[in-house]
Design a protein. Structure first.
Lengths: 547, 283
């Protein structure tokens, strides 16, 4: 074995100068290192989180009181549209790709991603796509304002889209290519770069959930690209795909969009599940309960996500058989989702739990995500969805599944892995403050929206009837507190990178973490190059258990 | 354990950012052009030049690295996986347009011609395929027949699939002559296909009144065949590059990823055409 290593050193001795990062800013532009690229993705996502967040603040300020106070209605609609697009494609998805870049190679004993140059390109295409999209904000006719779903014929009207449509469409193309490249890279890395001693069923759940997410991405991003391409040709090249006068059908767009759109929401939640399944066992000091069932649940959620799309279209006018089919199919998803919630709870059951910030965020995730899942079940019932559809009830539903779920888990991941990546400990006091402020304000922000929706307040409007005034004001107050609290997270990230509490963290960082996953056996901070030789042993706890 | 050390990790890549720059310049230019701005085309051309420069530069680099033996067996597997899933994503992209055709023909057009829609909105409309809708969008047109050029093109693409495989056998048998002849035949057939398709389009526009604007029939017809034709062009260009490399003496029986990728892509384009021939032209 030592002979092999010596030979390897010889071979590379003359290229060694080539192995460190490039100097200065150029390092970040031309890097192929999975950790650098992961950092780029995460910082970009954090920046977009604040950009999208500011738009949300504009929305909540306008809705603070009935009547029009700050912005004109067109701009308001641009804000709801751009807020969603920026958060989905600029913040949540890139943040998870960033985590994948950092963690997957570390967790499976790979020395980098399988296709490093393409990895660099995925990131820059993301930036290019978001810039193209954001450029519409500065145009005379403004950013798109027909909603993030781009429904025709609304989105084809000059007033809702102005000059923005081609920019938005091409942005979607670039973001799609970026996501597909990222997904292909992840698949190739997981299949081809795993340490030889690690079987598929030894992989940490984060890796499993990302593998499945990557397949979802490859399968649905081209669908979205196709849909917006047809919008573009309908607008500029006289086609009639969505124009009934020419024999087309605007409802077709909705089918295509949601065939992408529903898997898309799982693209944002499956990696969330993966991170939660990684963090909870560490702080419960127990192996994950039901590892295999977690893998199967993830797979079946992904499978079902392809055959439930029209639950977004119950009111559009579907044949009765369609309504019934999509109603039952949607409800089935709650079963594997329930398996997951049960497993997280069972993992904590009788565990020797401690409540550091990552764990607090994870527990809040389990509770609050379940809320979002339950409202989802309510809306899955077609006849009652006739009342909920396009009201604030929907807004409450998906924000529960995205903010205290995906976003909370992204925060948890930050607190959990930043000490490993930087070698510095974050400030636990401020972390806990950030958690409590976020967890309380997020409920003040979104819980009242259920009431508003049930009482009939429609979504995507800048003004509303006076009977909705009280809950809207409360919701806005919650929103401002939530928004302001996130500045604490920004402070903590910067502070931790710069040195944090000054306390030197151990390689394990968290007690016995190395029993759960491989990255904790590496030094802290993680060196620029890792796993030049793959690890011989796979220290995941469920594996140790079964031996 | 030797797998990790042997796996080549390139450092400091400049082509990806350059490619991104080219692509975004091109698209921003196109978007400006669509909005009626006169500087759009300039940006499109500039972006295209940057993009092509990137393609040439990046692939030259890959070829050089491959020829100097830097790619281990494992690197080859990663490339193959990459190509495979890229083609998969392309299949899905085509599936969207095939799905559109299916939905339109079997669901939405019949719906236009039945029940209250028919009675109240356009009682004179015969909801039969091919159609340009109750609004007679784009005016009178003649649908494209399957026999004639499209059938000829089917034969051309199918034989190009055979010559491509024949070239591959030549490569594996170290028969350079067969490899090069096979590739020349494949590339020529590919471009011949494109030529015939151009003639077909010309006829459609000038003699049959069939355009992209001919209601939903024209939309689906040109979108499907157009995207396919674009893919044939790309495939033929890729194969030309492979031909050039073969002629320079690249590729070995145990190491010829670029050839394989090009061949996979070509067969994919081939199979999509069969789908088109059946669902767009025949049925
Ligand atoms: C048990 C699981 C779930 C069920 C049964 C469910 C069901 C539904 C239904 C029926 C709708 C359509 C409501 C309407 O427009 O009338 C909907 C909307 C939505 N859901 Fe879920 N959902 C579930 C989980 C999730 C998750 C995990 C996410 C995201 C991470 C999510 C994100 C969304 C979004 C973004 C929308 C609104 C899209 C829009 O119209 O803009 N859902 N959900
Ligand atoms: Cu859905």
């Amino acid at each position: 074995m030592s002979a092999v290593i010596a030979e390897h050193d010889d071979h590379h001795a003359d290229e060694h100068h080539d192995h460190g990062p490039a100097k200065g800013l150029l390092r970040w532009i031309i890097t192929t290192n999975h950790k650098d690229i992961g950092t780029l993705y995460l910082l970009f996502a954090l920046a977009m989180f604040f950009v999208g967040g500011s738009m949300a603040m504009v929305i909540r300020a306008e809705l603070f009181e009935p009547g029009l106070q700050f912005v004109d209605p067109m701009f308001f609609n641009s804000m709801t549209t751009m807020h969603a697009l920026v958060m989905v494609f600029g913040a949540v998805m890139p943040a998870f790709v960033g985590l994948a870049n950092w963690q997957i190679p570390l967790m499976i004993g790979a020395k980098d991603m399988a296709l490093p140059r393409m990895n660099n390109m995925s990131f820059w295409l993301l930036v290019a796509g978001v810039l193209l999209l954001a450029s519409t904000l500065f145009m005379e006719t403004g950013a798109p304002s027909a909603g993030w779903t781009f429904y025709p014929p609304l989105v084809l009207q000059p007033i809702t889209v102005g000059t923005a449509l081609p920019f938005a469409v091409f942005a979607v193309h670039l973001l799609g290519i970026s996501s597909i490249m990222g997904a292909i890279n992840i698949i190739a890395t997981i299949f081809n770069m795993r340490a030889p001693s690690m079987k598929m069923m030894d992989m940490p759940l984060f890796v499993w959930t990302w593998l499945i997410t990557a397949f979802l991405l490859i399968a649905v991003m081209p669908v979205f690209a196709g849909a917006v391409t047809m919008l573009l040709t309908d607008k500029f090249f006289h086609t009639s795909f969505f124009n009934a006068a020419g024999g087309g059908d605007p409802v077709l767009y909705q089918h295509i969009f949601w065939f992408f759109g529903h898997p898309e929401v799982y693209i944002m939640i499956l990696p969330t599940f993966g991170v939660a399944s990684t963090i909870i066992p560490v702080f419960a000091r127990k192996p994950l309960f039901g590892y295999a069932s977690m893998v199967w649940a993830t797979g079946s959620i992904a499978f079902f996500s392809f055959i439930v799309w029209a639950h977004h279209m119950f009111t559009v006018g579907m044949p009765m058989a369609g309504e019934l089919y999509f109603m039952y199919a949607t409800m089935i998803i709650a079963v594997p989702t329930g398996v997951k919630v049960f497993n997280w709870t069972a993992t904590m059951w009788k565990g020797a739990m401690t409540f550091e910030t990552p764990m607090l965020f994870s527990i809040a995730f389990v509770v609050l995500f379940t809320m979002g899942g339950l409202t989802g079940l309510m809306m899955a019932i077609a006849p009652v969805d006739f009342q909920y559809h396009d009201t604030y009830f929907i807004v409450a539903h998906f924000h529960y599944t995205l903010v205290p779920a995906s976003i909370f888990i992204l925060m948890a991941a930050g607190y959990f892995w930043l000490p490993k990546w930087t070698g510095h400990m974050y400030n636990e006091k401020i972390g806990q403050l950030h958690f409590w402020l976020s967890a309380i304000s997020v409920n003040i922000l979104f819980f009242p929206q259920h009431f508003l929706g049930l009482a009939g307040m429609p979504r995507r409007i800048p003004d509303y009837a006076v009977q909705f005034a009280d809950w809207n004001m409360i919701s806005s107050i919650g929103g401002f507190i939530f928004g302001a609290s996130q500045l604490l997270f920004l402070y903590i990230v910067i502070d931790t990178i710069k040195g944090g509490t000054g306390e030197k963290v151990t390689d394990e960082v968290w007690e016995d973490a190395s029993k759960h996953s491989l990255e904790w056996t590496l030094p802290s901070p993680v060196p620029y190059h890792t796993w030049e030789t793959p690890p011989m042993l796979v220290p995941t706890e469920h594996v140790l258990d079964s031996h | 354990m030797s797998t990790n050390t042997a796996y080549y990790i390139p450092h400091k890549a400049t082509w990806p950012v350059i490619g991104t720059l080219g692509l975004v310049t091109m698209l921003a230019g196109f978007a400006n052009y669509l909005n009626g701005s006169s500087i759009g085309p300039m940006f499109m051309v500039a972006g295209l030049v940057i993009f092509i420069t990137m393609l040439v530069g990046w692939f030259t680099l890959q070829a050089k690295e491959s020829e100097s033996g830097m790619y281990s067996h494992e690197v080859g597997i990663s490339y193959r996986m990459g190509m495979m899933w890229f083609i998969f994503s392309e299949i899905i992209f085509f599936a969207v347009f095939f799905g559109t055709l299916w939905y339109t023909r079997n669901l939405s057009v019949p719906w236009l011609g039945e029940g209250a829609t028919k009675e109240l909105l356009h009682s004179a409309y015969e909801a039969t395929w091919p159609t340009n809708g109750p609004g007679n969008v784009g005016g009178k047109f003649e649908p494209m027949s399957a026999w004639g050029l499209p059938f000829l093109n089917t034969l051309i693409l199918l034989s190009s699939g055979v010559t491509c495989t024949w070239a591959h056998h030549g490569l594996l048998a170290k028969n350079r002559d067969q490899l090069i002849k096979g590739l020349i035949a494949t590339v020529s057939l590919g471009f011949l296909f494109v030529l015939f398709q151009a003639i077909e389009y010309h006829e459609a526009y000038t003699e049959m009144g069939l355009t992209l604007g001919s209601g939903v029939y024209g939309s689906t017809f040109f979108m499907l065949t157009g995207f396919h034709g674009f893919h044939v062009c790309v495939g033929a260009i890729i194969l030309s590059v492979v031909l050039f490399r073969s002629w320079k003496g690249h590729f070995k029986p145990e190491n010829h990823f670029a050839f394989e990728a090009a061949a996979w892509y070509w067969h994919f384009v081939d199979v999509v055409w069969l789908g088109l021939f059946v669902f767009v032209y025949l049925m």
